[in-house]
Design a protein around this ligand. Sequence first.
Ligand SMILES: C[S@@+](CC[C@H](N)C(=O)[O-])C[C@H]1O[C@@H](n2cnc3c(N)ncnc32)[C@H](O)[C@@H]1O
Length: 236
Amino acid sequence: MSANIHDQTLRWYGRRRGHKLRPGRQALMETLLPRLRLELPPAGATLDFEGAFERCVSEVWLEVGFGAGEHLAAQAGARPDIGFIGCEPFINGIAGLLSLIASEGLTNVRVFDDDARKLLPCLPEASIGRIYALFTDPWPKKRHHRRRFIADQTVGELARVLADGGELRLASDHEGYVEWMLERVARHPDFSFPARSKGDWTDRPADWVETRYERKARKQGLKPVYLRFLRRPRTI
Ligand SMILES: C[S@@+](CC[C@H](N)C(=O)[O-])C[C@H]1O[C@@H](n2cnc3c(N)ncnc32)[C@H](O)[C@@H]1O
């Protein structure tokens, strides 16, 4: 049976916790996370971004599975005019992002410390300008494919929450997962795939910050693939 995106009890198969946090990071989990945590609205309601960020923002962007947070922090630092929501259930990763937010004094980031599939149905239609899901787990075994973040239900939700012309950026170093993502997103009627030549998916775009996982993959001789999709304008 496929996962139901509106089911708030969706099962999480990834890691929640790694090594014990250093005292400074543990302190940030107790003091900073409660201030930045994005809470889900009551069932059936949608999130209101009004006043969600400490500063005025022109758009809201989302990163799913930010890992240790270096990409999200770099994007947030480069674009203070944008409000960023980062989703990540892995506690050590969240602590890493909090440490960057604190050291860089970022005021335009909110954190959803759980499975992004629970947040997506609560976001208003056409409310997000860009979505990153970089190197989300490929779950290579066939019997685990249904655990992949990119799935028919999620792609429908991503299309619903993206604004017209908004961008969906995906990356992976796993060939099977790249094919899987292309099958589901490029063929979705709400998305276009503007890539024209090989370099469009083999070369990392200039404004695309290298992630920790990507660096590890390259060291192992793997070749990451970068996919950009655009949300087609809605017709009235
Ligand atoms: C392989 S790591 C990559 C982390 C980071 N994006 C990078 O490139 O270094 C995949 C991350 O995606 C997160 N992830 C996978 N599915 C997710 C979901 N449905 N919601 C939020 N995070 C998710 C995992 O917890 C994990 O930290």
